[in-house]
Design a protein around this ligand. Structure first.
Ligand SMILES: [Zn+2]
Length: 136
């Protein structure tokens, strides 16, 4: 249990070190909820590409793939963090609702707001912060 406690403290320190975020109410998931996450999945490098076709080969390496549209980021693609084998395709464009907001972090990672919750299929619910998916 000592190790688990240390791990949770480490997760908590991670949240505390995240920069304050004012546009989304759940920007820093509270440390007290750290125990509620079923799994944490660390994603690899973030790639920016021009088409979804380019994304497919990158996803197998555990990357987060940002697909550019004519006016900025259009899609975020990632393998589902619950390992169901599906690719999560998340709209970042207001023109394609529902759309999420993202933040390109200074360390090259990606955060996503608000959480992603599928109401069908595998019903995964996760928060993406600094390219880590916290499955709720
Ligand atoms: Zn899934």
């Amino acid at each position: 249990m000592r190790f688990v406690r240390a791990f949770l403290d480490w997760i908590a320190s991670f949240w505390k070190s995240s920069p304050p975020q004012t546009t989304a109410p759940d920007a820093g998931a509270p440390p007290s909820r750290a125990h509620a996450y079923r799994t944490v999945v660390q994603y690899g490098p973030v790639h920016w590409v021009n088409s979804q076709a380019e994304a497919n080969r990158l996803l197998s390496g555990g990357a987060i793939v940002m697909v550019k549209g004519t006016s900025g980021a259009k899609w975020l693609l990632m393998n589902c963090p619950d390992h169901c084998g599906e690719v999560r395709r998340i709209s970042l464009s207001e023109a394609i609702p529902p759309a999420w907001k993202f933040r390109a972090e200074a360390d090259g990672t990606i955060s996503l707001f608000p959480s992603v919750h599928l109401t069908s299929g595998c019903r995964v619910h996760f928060v993406l912060r600094h390219s880590k998916a916290y499955v709720i």
